[in-house]
Design a protein around this ligand. Sequence first.
Ligand code: URA
Ligand code: CA
Length: 432
Amino acid sequence: MRMVDIIARKRDGKELTSEEIQFFIEGYTQGKIPDYQASALAMAIYFQDMSEQERADLTMAMVNSGETIDLSAIEGIKVDKHSTGGVGDTTTLVLAPLVAALDVPVAKMSGRGLGHTGGTIDKLESIAGFDVEISKEQFVDLVNRQKIAVIGQTGNLTPADKKLYALRDVTATVNSIPLIASSIMSKKIAAGSDAIVLDVKTGAGAFMKTPEDARELAQAMVRIGNRVGRKTMAVISDMSQPLGQAIGNALEVQEAIDTLRGRGPKDLEELCLALGRQMVFLAGKASSLEEAEEKLREAISNGKALQKFKEFIANQGGDASVVDHPERLPQAPFHIEVPARASGKVTEMVADEIGTAAMLLGAGRATKESEIDLAVGLMLNKKIGDTVKQGESLATIHANTEQVDDVIQKLYASITIAAEGKAPALVLDIVT
Ligand code: URA
Ligand code: CA
């Protein structure tokens, strides 16, 4: 087999065989196929697309390019949740204990990553003592006994995707549905879960700017998952404005606690229920999505979800008293209000711009080496569709300095107040 023939076949719109795709991925991972040939193939795929079978083959070839996590020692159907990324997305912190309270095993491997705030691991580390560096044995044992554990990323998962994603980044081939879908799904499948629930975001703060693109990506991923034997469902959700009120690490832990108590922001609760019901259903703990949702609501109202969160923290060495005493979480010394400059309705809160404001405060990493400040961030006091009076606070800045003019300017630039405005729908579609 020759790489040049594979490129030519894709260029001409032919369907690649499973062997050809494997030849490419293996050769590229091992450094036998050069970047220029891989770039040419990526560009051919960008223009010619891939069939469902090719997408599934590409995904599995990338899964098999490195280590995979074996969760077979954990009883039950392991369901993982993945979000394509947004601003102030606190759903994992809520969902993990919430579904675990219904005996769905949550065996979560999580990263730190770059972004407006830290990743799930950073957020959890704002709880004193919380340790994600547990052994594989402890991890499996905790999930079997307590249904929940989170561990930091280990192992060399999907090296082919790492290499190809970096190449796509510099060859204008990131934005291709078959390449994005196989990239995301390969990582999820390598992480070992039996079923996958996807939260595909759309809007200013999301990778997919329009609902149509988000739906296409969601369908592509759901089909790949089901084709390779991992039951997969997806929710398309709005990310034109940040999710919930809190954007920041400790602030989001507090928001998760409020939500587990049934007193969180309505949008965050709605999305957690939409994703949670798919997780509970796929785990076989309910016979319909409606029944699953009822059970989730019950776990919130009877306190079991909150109790599970406390157990989870204590199991991993953390101070579970923060659940009842959130003031024990890291606190920023300065709280600065951002008053509205006009009266009316909030019509716009551009998610990625507000995320950047949180990052200016130090809530997220610009580079891998950046230090994160777990205490800082933003609390949005208004959301799109809310009525606001001039002088009323739009947001509260939690900062470690009083010099936050740049953050205030960023917030004013991203929030619009006009005569008419209405809250956008949050859950736009369900893909099964
Ligand atoms: N996120 C991924 O993990 N892969 C892509 O290709 C795009 C976004
Ligand atoms: Ca939030």
